[in-house]
Ligand binder design. Structure first.
Ligand SMILES: [Zn+2]
Length: 220
């Protein structure tokens, strides 16, 4: 780690689409849940549309099962990921804090098919430090909604930067998209990698290089 110089954190105070999303839902957890009955009706319609009999034994419970599953998979939509960062402690720390290999599942909003993978989340604190598990909680809340990987990466970085006032934030996500592996171009081994760098990680190549060694060092 380099000696700490006075470099301003790039402030992207645009707020982002996440806040717009949250505005409708209010603050805190679980203001309302998904409309399960509506999902059940819709899934029944899909079964009929593909030429199935939704009343045959194997499918009878399927609409209800899918509704419960969507409630779980989209639960993050009704949760404010920022609440996980509100409990911080003040610590003089000049080193990179990285949580690597945070597994997640999300849902591609273009195809309503899952994408899953790992997130690596790092920050260089100014003075606010949070429990390590909180970074995983943020990833989880942002993942559990209709998503695209690029936006998810940016959202996590923006939330960390805004809530922690960190000198730098870095988010790298590697994911397999089932909409690419089992349909469409069908490339089962393709891995999509996205990154969002803020502050020191964006401005200083040495800090970024240190991060990449921490993430990938023993894997290359
Ligand atoms: Zn897709």
């Amino acid at each position: 780690m380099n000696p700490v110089a006075r470099v301003e954190v790039l402030a992207s105070q645009s707020g982002g689409s996440l806040e717009d999303q949250q505005a409708d839902v209010g603050q805190g957890n679980r203001v309302f849940r998904v409309d399960r009955q509506r999902i059940e009706r819709a899934v029944r319609e899909i079964l009929i549309a593909i030429g199935e009999d939704p009343d045959r034994e194997g499918l009878r419970e399927t609409p209800a099962r899918v509704a419960r599953m969507y409630d779980e998979l989209f639960g993050g939509l009704h949760e404010d990921p920022r609440v996980h960062l509100r409990k911080f402690f003040t610590e003089k720390c000049d080193e990179v804090i990285l949580v690597r290999d945070i597994t997640f599942n999300s849902m591609c909003e273009h195809h309503m098919m899952p994408f899953m993978g790992k997130a690596h989340v790092a920050y260089l604190p100014r003075e606010r430090v949070v429990g390590l598990s909180k970074l995983a909680r943020v990833v989880e809340a942002v993942a559990r909604r209709p998503q695209v990987q690029e936006r998810m990466t940016e959202q996590i970085a923006d939330i960390l930067e805004q809530e922690l006032g960190a000198r730098g934030v870095a988010v790298v996500i590697e994911a397999v998209h089932t909409c690419m592996t089992i349909r469409g171009v069908r490339k089962p081994d393709s891995l999509c990698v996205t990154s969002a760098m803020r502050g020191y990680f964006r401005n200083r190549s040495s800090t970024r290089a240190e991060l990449m060694t921490l993430i990938y060092g023993n894997r290359r």
